[in-house]
Design a protein around this ligand. Structure first.
Ligand SMILES: Cc1cc2nc3c(=O)[nH]c(=O)nc-3n(C[C@H](O)[C@H](O)[C@H](O)COP(=O)(O)OP(=O)(O)OC[C@H]3O[C@@H](n4cnc5c(N)ncnc54)[C@H](O)[C@@H]3O)c2cc1C
Ligand SMILES: NC(=O)c1ccc[n+]([C@@H]2O[C@H](COP(=O)([O-])OP(=O)(O)OC[C@H]3O[C@@H](n4cnc5c(N)ncnc54)[C@H](OP(=O)(O)O)[C@@H]3O)[C@@H](O)[C@H]2O)c1
Length: 417
């Protein structure tokens, strides 16, 4: 890499010219793009704010987590899961797989560097990406291509609920929940009934805690499998032949046959079908792995929306007031792109590309997005292949031009591997 001072931040910030793309985020998406670039012989810099790859999986998920989708839908390009892995790999197995992936492709991210801003500099036709390390060191990377791979779930969503500060007991977000071991015998309010809320409530039951789960609106619950086939796979196969609305109808009829009428349990289904809801509003259906049985047996109590908290208690919109020892906010996540990327044409205010899948991977001026398809790891893999190919082509063309113009080697082909 080649470093030189910049006029504006000359005394505080080191500047680094990158002869290739900068990838922000070393989760599965960033790794998949990096692997594709390695294959194409393109140098790059891969940055992550954490001290490890796949920090969401390593640091911000609970112990019992397994992939919800069968392994063939969660593997990254050109590197299958080991044969002996089960249909639904555990979190540990998935992390081991990602570590092997990085090792196999010799991907070495720069850890502990948080991207604070990225802006396209029209005058120089390049991206200026500013980072700060945990020690406070500041670096500015300059590059022609910028790949955004910071994830759909970069930041926790913490709702503002009246009185939460006065609650007094432990309040954590789902991303800090590891297991129910420390909550044995405790009354725990789980706020949210997405996949996290359901599975954390189930885990609390398994540790003899007493969970109550807030269901403030509606939720689609589907069995993880239907007639021995994964529901996701079944839906994907049907979508090849049938329109989405029809696949939704079939899924709901099958879910009704397998799970019964969940509305009787107090779980209202949305008026829009599960796939349509995921596509239009990004709301993932719950794939049931046991929570529903615990709701039926009343080991998981359902409660309506929260009106307010008070010391050691929560009051609900139906007027009921219950006492709790702890609260787990399984209230979801959001993208952090709007906080650091100074661009409004390609990305919308919610931190997702404006164009939906399969067109939301490429913006203008060398900007790319991977992992924002609302289709989990399979969507990220599909985009990563396209991005790596596109950048490889552009990089080779650019390199050839520079060679013809006799641009010095240090400005032309600096290896950042
Ligand atoms: C509990 C849970 C379970 C899930 N299970 C599944 C599943 O079974 N199957 C599935 O397909 N999907 C699942 N998902 C969705 C999940 O988003 C994907 O599995 C996957 O992690 C997405 O990869 P990614 O690389 O796009 O994002 P992430 O894994 O979130 O990686 C993004 C990386 O960017 C880094 N980063 C963020 N901001 C910055 C910044 N400003 N500067 C530098 N680095 C930054 C982060 O540290 C992180 O390492 C799950 C999500 C959650 C929360
Ligand atoms: N094993 C797995 O594969 C696995 C496990 C866990 C999570 N995930 C994935 O991770 C992503 C995030 O899932 P998630 O469950 O954490 O988040 P989520 O799907 O966004 O669900 C958030 C939940 O919190 C509720 N909520 C938000 N604010 C609330 C408030 N103020 N009061 C009451 N309820 C509130 C929402 O209710 P409303 O619907 O009313 O807004 C919703 O039920 C999803 O893609 C999911 O599939 C996967």
């Amino acid at each position: 890499m080649f470093s030189f001072p910049d006029n504006s931040d000359m005394f505080t910030r080191r500047c680094v010219w990158v002869n290739g793309p900068v990838i922000v985020g070393a989760g599965p998406s960033g790794l998949a793009v990096a692997a594709g670039l390695k294959d194409g012989g393109v140098p790059f810099v891969l940055l992550d704010r954490a001290d490890c790859i796949a920090s969401l999986w390593q640091k911000r998920t609970y112990d019992r987590l397994k992939l919800h989708l069968p392994k063939q839908f969660c593997q990254l390009p050109n590197f299958p899961f080991p044969e002996h892995y089960p249909e639904y790999p555990t979190k540990k197995q998935f992390i081991d797989y990602l570590e092997s992936y990085a090792k196999h492709f010799n991907i070495k991210p720069r850890f502990n560097e948080t991207v604070e801003s990225a802006k396209y500099d029209e005058s120089g036709s390049l991206w200026r990406v500013k980072t700060v390390s945990v020690e406070g060191a500041e670096v500015e990377y300059m590059c022609q291509w910028l790949v955004v791979a910071t994830g759909e779930n970069a930041e926790r969503l913490v709702p503002e609920i009246e009185g939460l500060k006065e609650f007094g007991g432990e309040v954590i977000h789902a991303c800090d929940y590891k297991s129910g071991e420390s909550l044995r015998g405790k009354k725990v309010l789980v706020v949210g009934c997405g996949n996290s809320g359901m599975e954390i409530s189930l885990d609390l039951c398994d540790h003899d805690a007493k969970p109550s789960m807030v269901v403030r609106s509606s939720v689609h619950i589907l069995p993880r499998e239907m007639f021995g086939k994964s529901t996701f796979e079944l839906a994907m196969v049907m979508l090849r032949w049938l329109p989405l609305w029809f696949v939704d109808k079939i899924l709901l009829v099958l879910a009704w046959m397998i799970l019964g009428n969940i509305e009787k349990l107090g779980l209202k289904r949305p008026s829009v079908g599960p796939l349509e809801l995921k596509n239009t509003r990004g709301k993932t259906p719950v794939l049931d792995i046991g929570a529903l049985a615990k709701i039926r047996s009343r080991e998981i109590q359902l409660v309506p929306g929260i009106k307010r908290f008070s010391c050691g208690a929560a009051e609900f919109v139906n007027g009921e007031k219950l006492e709790f020892d702890s609260v787990v906010l399984a209230t979801g996540y959001c993208s952090n792109v709007p906080f650091w990327l100074q661009e409004i044409e390609f990305f919308s205010k919610n931190g997702f590309p404006k164009e939906p899948f399969p067109n939301g991977w490429k913006g203008k001026a060398g900007l790319y997005a991977v992992g924002f398809t609302r289709r989990g790891i399979s969507g990220a893999s599909a985009d990563a292949l396209k991005i790596a190919q596109d950048i490889s082509n552009a990089w080779k063309e650019c390199d050839m031009k520079k060679r013809k113009l006799n641009v010095p080697t240090h400005r032309r082909c600096i290896s950042t591997f």
